[in-house]
Ligand binder design. Structure first.
Ligand code: WAQ
Ligand code: MG
Length: 257
């Protein structure tokens, strides 16, 4: 079957291109039919140019027709955890990681690795067994691409869950669902690098999307995206899945978990 899907990716930086040492401001990825390319590109332009991290003077947008067949995935089950303090949120995140099968020592090593990174625009991949970083992508990290969730479908889903519309949730749940559905993913830990967004999550196939209301303080521009993975198969294949295999979320009622 001929597919009519296009991957759109955006990244924006300030003080020059990313390659020339510019500060990463924003990125975004969408997966849309031909008819919605224009709208998608506009959305990403707005996203990049109206960002709390500053106004970029470099932006790159890539549009590519998708080659491989698209996989439809049901969104991860969502659970909302309200915490009072960052400390409580961080403690909960670590408990959830341990529950997913991440060893305590791996968590400690991962936080140490994170603390040494000044800035990153993708995810870091941590070997669940050794606790070592294994993606080899330096300040670039691995950017998960080629995933999306039809906005109308998302809105219907959010209404059923009694959650107000939130585009970040659409993006984060799309990414987390794609990542968690790979058999080598043990768990994901994430919070935003945007100074005005403090909510984050831990996700895994079994625990679902465990949203945590507070994982950092306002004003903090240090974000986090860590995938704890089982490295028994080649990392190249895993990264290929993250970057190149198209995934759409299917949340029509009979597919909800
Ligand atoms: N692939 C890999 N890593 C990414 C990607 C991607 N497509 N997008 C962002 N990152 C990494 C990158 O290092 C960023 O610095 C970091 O994650 C944070 O990205 O309310 O908004 O887009 O339930 O700032 C989660 C909670 C919000 C949503 C996460 O992340 C909710 C967020 P941001
Ligand atoms: Mg951000």
């Amino acid at each position: 079957m001929e597919q009519n899907l296009y991957s759109i990716r955006m990244r924006a930086a300030k003080g020059g291109a990313h390659k020339k040492g510019g500060k990463h401001i924003s990125g975004g990825e969408m997966l849309l039919p031909y008819e919605e390319i224009k709208k998608g590109v506009n959305t990403l332009i707005d996203k990049g140019f109206t960002h709390s991290k500053g106004k970029p003077n470099y932006m790159k947008i890539t549009v590519e027709q998708v080659e491989s067949p698209v996989q439809l995935l049901a969104p991860l089950h969502i659970n909302i955890n309200e915490v009072k303090t960052v400390q409580e949120g961080q403690q909960l995140a670590q408990n959830l990681l341990i529950k997913s099968g991440v060893p305590q020592i791996t968590i400690e090593k991962a936080y140490h690795t994170l603390s040494l990174i000044k800035e990153i625009r993708g995810a870091i991949l941590i070997d669940n067994h050794s606790g070592e970083r294994v993606d080899g992508r330096a300040e670039k990290g691995v950017r998960v691409s080629q995933m999306d969730w039809n906005q109308q479908h998302f809105m219907k889903w959010a209404q059923r869950q009694n959650i107000p519309f939130n585009v970040r949730l659409l993006e984060a749940l799309s990414l987390a669902t794609k990542v968690a559905n790979h058999p080598n993913t043990i768990a994901e830990l994430c919070w935003s690098d945007d100074p005005d967004y403090i909510t984050g999550y831990v996700a895994s196939k079994e625990l679902g999307y465990q949203r945590i209301s507070k994982l950092k303080n306002y004003g903090d521009e240090r974000g986090c995206r860590i995938f704890f993975i089982d490295c028994s198969t080649t990392i190249g294949t895993y990264i290929h899945y993250l970057e190149k295999i198209p995934v759409l979320l299917d949340s029509e009622e009979n597919n909800d978990r």
